[in-house]
Design a protein around this ligand. Structure first.
Ligand SMILES: Cc1ncc(C[n+]2csc(CCOP(=O)(O)OP(=O)(O)O)c2C)c(N)n1
Ligand SMILES: [Mg+2]
Length: 285
């Protein structure tokens, strides 16, 4: 998929997740909107994976360590055909397997996550297994910037560097906010770039809502290197829905019907402008 189509896809996923959260009146709106571009780049362009065979041995692994913002992931897995799209209507309802955190009863989910701070340790183990068994898959682990306060992350960081896991990619969704305030006020982990570099990781800083930068960065990672990679992806919490952008309350606030209509209209406008760009590009080529 090319860059403009990836941007259209990301906007469509944002519409899907806003509808799903409004229907359920539950969900982590802000963090799902901030990570949508990262997940879209990974699932539609970068990762080797198969919706028809979710257990494909050499599939790349994705671990959502910031498991609370699972809504974008549910919408992407449904869109790709890991499970029927209608199942999104059961999100967060009693008896549904689409719960508020990743659940490995759902095809495409590797691990149950949600207790922050555990995903990177799991990812280190998976990346090590890939190396030792010579299977050749990569492991992508998405963490939050608030999550960086969890001590267990830094044990995993040491292990990832110690085992020279070039096939391991950590991504921090740097939206500047966590559940109760700004990340720097609640418990600052600055300077994250120097910390990860000191722990032996190859650190890259990018705009995590910019599809061009995301794709170029993921494509340039050398998984045969002897250093794991850590991407500090600067994002906007609530990205794409202006009334939710950079608002701490939207961590787990849910839209009213009116707010949903306004969000969908805004996102649809983005899609329309990308479509115009597509047509113009085709006309010029
Ligand atoms: C171990 C643990 N402690 C507390 C929580 C409650 N909690 C859920 S989300 C969150 C804030 C996470 O902030 P951040 O990592 O920045 O995520 P994002 O901003 O992307 O939503 C907290 C404290 C949790 N899920 N796990
Ligand atoms: Mg955050």
């Amino acid at each position: 998929m090319d860059i403009i189509n990836l941007k259209i896809k990301a906007a469509q996923i944002r519409i899907d997740l806003m509808q799903m959260i409004t229907r359920a009146q539950a969900g982590h709106t802000g963090g799902s909107l901030s990570n949508t571009d990262i997940l879209t780049a990974l699932y539609y362009k970068i990762m080797k994976h198969s919706p028809e065979n979710s257990k494909l041995e050499n599939r790349d692994r994705f671990i959502a360590s910031k498991g609370h913002s699972v809504e974008s992931l549910w919408c992407i897995l449904a869109d790709l055909g890991y499970f029927p799209k209608e199942e999104l209507e059961t999100f967060s309802q009693f008896g549904s397997r689409l719960i508020g955190h990743p659940n490995n009863k759902v095809p495409g989910i590797e691990m149950n996550t949600g207790a922050l701070g555990h995903g990177l340790s799991i990812s280190v183990g998976m990346a090590l297994a890939s190396r030792r068994e010579q299977i050749g898959y990569k492991v992508y682990c998405l963490m939050g910037d608030g999550e960086q306060a969890e001590g267990s992350i830094w044990e995993a960081a040491m292990a990832g560097a110690h085992y020279k896991l070039g096939n391991l990619v950590g991504i921090v969704d740097m939206n500047g906010l966590q559940i109760s305030g700004s990340t720097s006020d609640v418990l600052s982990s600055d300077p994250l770039n120097e910390k990860w570099a000191a722990f032996g990781w190859n650190v890259i800083e990018i705009d995590g809502n910019c599809m061009e930068e995301l794709v170029a960065t993921f494509e340039a990672i050398d998984s045969t290197s002897d250093k794991p990679t850590l991407i500090l992806a600067k994002t906007v919490k609530g990205k794409g829905v202006s009334f939710a952008e950079n608002q701490v309350g939207w961590h787990h606030k849910v839209p009213t019907e009116e707010q949903l209509q306004s969000a969908v209209a805004e996102l649809q406008q983005q899609i329309d402008s990308y479509r115009k760009e597509l047509v113009a590009n085709e006309y010029n080529s």
